[in-house]
Design a protein around this ligand. Structure first.
Ligand code: C2E
Ligand code: CA
Ligand code: CA
Length: 493
């Protein structure tokens, strides 16, 4: 590529130089050979001499400009424009490169994932401009806290990373402490005299001690970052000796399966669809999308790996891959009905999850009105107000919401009060035990009438027999889903 550019430049500047040279020589020859030139011709010759250098000068200037703008464009492709640190894309390239280099040259290197604590509060309270200034300040702190040759990057939002080549736990500990200390000592002074001070949490993982490839190393650092956050923030967490053994054991079958599926190594994540039936007229009103891992010889249900995926921080990527594939099928089949999608609250609050999901909707031309997001309280959500913010934002964009497993958790009513939902999916355990179970019947009937009064539609899951369908209908539930109607299958429609 660089050689081509040089060749082109040489050819065009050479051509311009030839034109300049030809103009100058013709003028000189005219002057030398014809001493008795008419005044008009003399003016022409003078003009030729004056403008002769123009072709070559303007071409050189043009090339200088072109070079400047291509270098700038290249810089923007690899750098984050706000902080001028490497961006997420380049970070992954460099991380891959560093794992290869470290394997070849047999040295250790360390990965730091750094997250500014409660950064959202800065943005919310002072606005994005101040938030951006703080991120810029932090990028300067980060640059000066790492050594020459280390690779800091801005991963997304307030998430930063640093690759520290030839660096073991002990040295990483010193670097992590330096980052946290310099940030703690820094304050951003605003026009009104108020000061902003923040702390950071850092997750650390060392290659090859804690992982054998870039993606696993990232996952371990990510789970260490979560540990640093949950143990009170302003903290750095390293895998301990005990942790290591635990983790290696933990990175057992399920985790490895999830990682392999995400990387499409011999298995992949595929969507299955289960119809949701309108009880009144028995028509299919919508489909719920359920994740499966397809291996060469079997299909593994979500129940077997979703929890592991959530614990290892991979649920966002699973949900993303699943949505993408489900949308591809929707397009291919020209399906225009409603889809119910399970969204893990843990995935929803990840900084760039929503923008990426939104872009999927745009890419596949899917209307927000045809989508219902199911939220569960399976994992305790620490930041309810953040989740509420996401739900309300998406709701304003036209998406609809359902509370999944309603009645099974401790906070079902809290969820009902907090989130503006359109559907309640009554937990399968109540539904399945309705025939013969007086209490279950009473509970389902009360949920149905409460939802009715709130103008929320109800769905019964685990409708496994005709008898259950009868019970659900007389309890006043609107929709039914379950093995009696249809098992989840790879076919949509
Ligand atoms: P869920 O959302 O409550 O989904 C219902 C589960 O019950 C599904 O299991 C479904 O296959 C199964 N099921 C359907 N009809 C019947 C029935 O009549 N009887 C019984 N006993 N079971 C029935 P699956 O697919 O293994 O999913 C388990 C859980 O994993 C789901 O519970 C959901 O919470 C989660 N999940 C599934 N797909 C996704 C996903 O794409 N993203 C996220 N974040 N979570 C998912
Ligand atoms: Ca569900
Ligand atoms: Ca459910």
């Amino acid at each position: 590529m660089a050689l081509d550019r040089k060749k082109i430049r040489a050819l065009i500047i050479g051509g311009a130089a030839a034109v300049s040279f030809f103009m100058a020589i013709s003028a000189v020859l005219l002057l030398a050979l014809h001493r008795d030139l008419t005044p008009a011709l003399k003016v022409l010759v003078l003009a030729l001499i004056v403008i002769a250098p123009f072709p070559v000068v303007s071409t050189v200037l043009l090339f200088k400009e072109l070079l400047k703008s291509t270098t700038e464009a290249e810089r923007f492709a690899t750098r984050d424009p706000l902080t001028n640190l490497y961006n997420q894309h380049t970070f992954w390239d460099l991380l891959q490169y560093e794992t290869q280099r470290s394997k070849r040259q047999e040295y250790k290197f360390t990965l730091l994932l750094i997250d500014i604590d409660n950064f959202k509060v800065v943005n919310d309270r002072y606005g994005h401009e101040v938030g951006d200034q703080f991120l810029k300040d932090f990028s300067v702190i980060l640059r000066s806290a790492v050594r020459k040759g280390d690779i800091p990057a801005r991963y997304a939002g307030d998430d930063f990373t640093a690759i520290l080549p030839v660096c073991d736990e002990e040295q990483a500990f010193i670097v992590a402490r330096r980052i946290r200390d310099s940030l703690r000592e820094h304050s951003l002074v605003l026009n009104d005299g108020s000061e902003i001070q923040q702390t950071a949490s850092i997750g650390v993982a060392v290659f090859p001690n804690h992982a054998q490839d870039a993606q696993d190393l990232f996952l371990i650092a990510e789970s260490m970052l979560r540990q640093a956050k949950t143990s009170g923030k302003d903290n750095a967490a390293f895998p301990s000796e005990r942790d290591n053994i635990e983790r290696l054991k933990n990175l057992g079958d399920k985790n490895i399966m999830v990682l392999d599926a995400l990387r499409r190594r011999n298995m992949r994540i595929v969507p299955y669809f289960q119809p949701i039936m309108n009880i009144k007229d028995r028509s299919v009103a919508a489909y719920e999308v359920l994740t499966r891992i397809q291996t060469p010889d079997r299909v593994i249900p979500a129940a077997d790996f979703i929890e592991a995926a959530e614990n290892m921080g991979a649920i966002g990527r699973i949900d993303y891959q699943l949505i993408e594939q489900a949308f591809a099928i929707v397009r291919q089949k020209n399906f225009s009905g409603t889809l119910f999608l399970n969204l893990s609250p843990k995935a929803m609050v990840i900084a760039d999850f929503l923008p990426t999901v939104r872009s999927l909707f745009r890419t596949y031309g899917i209307q927000p009105g045809t989508m219902v997001f199911e939220i569960t309280e399976r994992d305790t959500v620490k930041n309810m107000s953040l989740l509420e913010h996401f739900v309300r934002t998406l709701k304003d964009e036209g998406f609809r919401f359902a509370i999944d497993d309603f009645g099974a958790g401790y906070s079902s009513f809290q969820y009902l009060k907090t989130f503006p939902v359109d559907f309640l999916k009554v937990d399968g355990d109540f539904i399945r035990t309705m025939p013969g179970g007086t209490v279950a019947k009473e509970i389902v009937t009360s949920i149905a009438s409460l939802a009715n009064r709130l103008q929320i539609k109800t769905i019964a899951e685990f409708v496994e027999t005709e008898a259950i369908l009868g019970e659900v209908e007389s309890a006043g539930i609107h929709y039914a889903q379950g093995y009696y109607i249809q098992h989840p299958s790879p076919d949509l429609g």
